[in-house]
Design a protein around this ligand. Structure first.
Ligand code: FRU
Length: 490
């Protein structure tokens, strides 16, 4: 232990001392949890020098949010992670109030640039201020640049917020310049995403506002990401305080805006707006471009509204979603678990075209570490209602019910063991397509990620259900044909 440790040394000392005490078998199998303490947003998700890097919003000292550090882990397959020492701590004038979310991009000289939001606490004469800052390093150790903050909100046109200005996402453009989007808030138009460019990653110029909430999609827009997929420009934002509308639920949401970027006008012309994830626990996703060209997204598997109420059952708190490959189908942003997940498949059980009516289980289909696909073939069956129960025992179950006539699915963890009067249910569209409806469930102990029709819609939720509740049952109000393919994971 150093004598007068800096905040970063202190965090690293604490990790060395505390991490070995945390029981490894309590952690999920392949979802990243914090080394110690608390985790929120994914940060600096990138591929650098042959490995994937994932940083995260981190408070090592407790299981609740506190002064933000950056935790760090690396992986070759995005499923098995090796923890690295804490990467950033709030230890300069520019970030004394915390190192908030941001991103990472390799520089021309081979070093890795981290861009993050430096929070300056409120003082006698000023409100809390959020600025964009940089740190440069070798992938393990990072030095904050002396020019910090590299973007001060004073450089923004009038009307933008100086206290809600955060979460820079940086990428290298095809023209060799760096680009950055960051979240802000405009009094009357509310959430807004600002675009900047830079030749060296440090000296930034404001280009304009590419889109804003227009009083439709929430207030502050957090954690933007902006990329091209299959010829479309995709802007992902995580709004606070949304009203329920169309397919969006109230509160903290995730929104994908698809369209065409008009470079001259510096504006994204919208063609479609859709939720990214419909579940109870998914927020602040970030993407990377993998060496093989895949666009891979990972999100924080939590929700600000309910995480404060959640019981702290483990010595750590917070986890990431499974990494997902994004793709376009019929003009919609879809997602499926990265194919690397197949390396975790252990025993496989298949049931081909069995008829299910009364509540039943199927031999060998059970577990809480499972990658299971259920394919329904409604054909000319009179079935209108199909019910899948997972994480089931005599006292608990999580219900997934498809109303085939309405094309709607209900996800309900209300009987999953919660003692809290919080939201437990989501309704989402789930339509029969070309004669089938597929439900792919990834279960990793206390989480379920449900991919409907190959990820046309996704429902991500934590479940508090005791692990012994590992039953799965099927029920339909009239006999219906289905196939099941279930892989246990290990
Ligand atoms: C989103 C967020 C970000 C911010 C970070 C702070 O979850 O509110 O906007 O940078 O968390 O931890």
């Amino acid at each position: 232990m150093s004598k007068n440790p800096t905040p970063l040394e202190r965090a690293r000392d604490y990790e060395r001392e505390q991490a070995p005490r945390l029981p490894a078998d309590e952690r999920p199998l392949f979802h990243l949890t914090p080394l110690v303490g608390w985790m929120n947003d994914p940060n600096g998700f990138c591929y650098y020098k042959g490995r994937y890097h994932l940083f995260y919003q981190y408070h090592p000292y407790s299981r609740v949010w506190g002064p933000m550090h950056w935790g760090h882990a690396v992986s070759c397959d995005l499923l098995h992670w090796t923890y690295m020492p804490c990467a950033l701590a709030p230890d300069t004038a520019a970030d004394a109030g915390g190192c908030f979310s941001g991103s990472a991009v390799p520089l021309a000289d081979g070093r890795l640039l981290l861009c993050y939001t430096g929070v300056q606490p409120a003082g006698t004469f000023r409100r809390e201020t959020q600025t964009q800052c940089a740190a440069i390093g070798d992938g393990i150790n990072f030095e904050k640049v002396s020019a910090n903050p590299i973007i001060d909100p004073a450089c923004l046109p009038q009307g933008y917020s100086t206290c809600d200005f955060r979460d820079p996402k940086v990428w290298l453009g095809e023209d060799g310049r760096y680009y950055m989007v960051a979240g802000n808030r405009q009094a009357e138009r509310q959430g807004a995403i600002l675009l900047f460019s830079s030749g060296d990653g440090l000296d930034w110029r404001f280009l304009g506002e590419i889109d804003s909430s227009r009083e439709e999609y929430g207030r502050m827009w957090e954690c933007p990401d902006f990329f091209t997929l299959d010829g479309k420009q995709v802007l992902i934002v995580s709004p606070q305080e949304m009203h329920a509308r169309e397919e969006f639920h109230a509160g903290y949401g995730t929104v994908a805006i698809l369209g065409r970027f008009d470079e001259k006008a510096c504006r994204l012309d919208r063609e479609r707006v859709q939720p990214v994830d419909h579940g109870l626990n998914f927020y602040a996703p970030q993407t990377l471009s993998a060496p093989d060209g895949r666009r891979i997204m990972i999100g924080w598997m939590e929700n600000w509204e309910t995480c404060k109420e959640a019981p702290r059952r483990h010595p750590w708190y917070g986890q990431m979603s499974v990494p997902r490959e994004l793709y376009m189908r019929d003009g919609r942003l879809c997602q499926r678990p990265i194919r690397e997940i197949e390396t975790l498949w252990r025993n496989t059980v298949r049931h081909d075209r069995v008829s299910v009516g009364e509540k039943t289980s199927l031999p060998g289909v059970q577990g809480r570490l499972l990658d299971m696909t259920v394919t329904l073939f409604p054909g000319d069956s009179a079935c209108r209602r199909f019910t899948l129960r997972v994480a089931e025992d005599g006292a608990h179950y999580v219900l997934i019910r498809c109303d085939l006539a309405r094309g709607e699915l209900v996800f309900d963890r209300g009987h999953g063991g919660s003692r809290r009067d919080i939201v437990h249910t989501r309704h989402v569209r789930a339509e029969v397509r070309e004669g089938t409806l597929t439900l792919r469930l990834l279960m990793d102990k206390e989480s379920i990620e449900l991919f409907i029709n190959d990820g046309e819609r996704v429902v991500t939720s934590l479940i508090p259900t005791p692990l012994a509740a590992d039953g799965i049952s099927f029920e339909a109000d009239a006999p219906v044909m289905l196939s099941v393919e279930a892989h246990s994971l290990g």
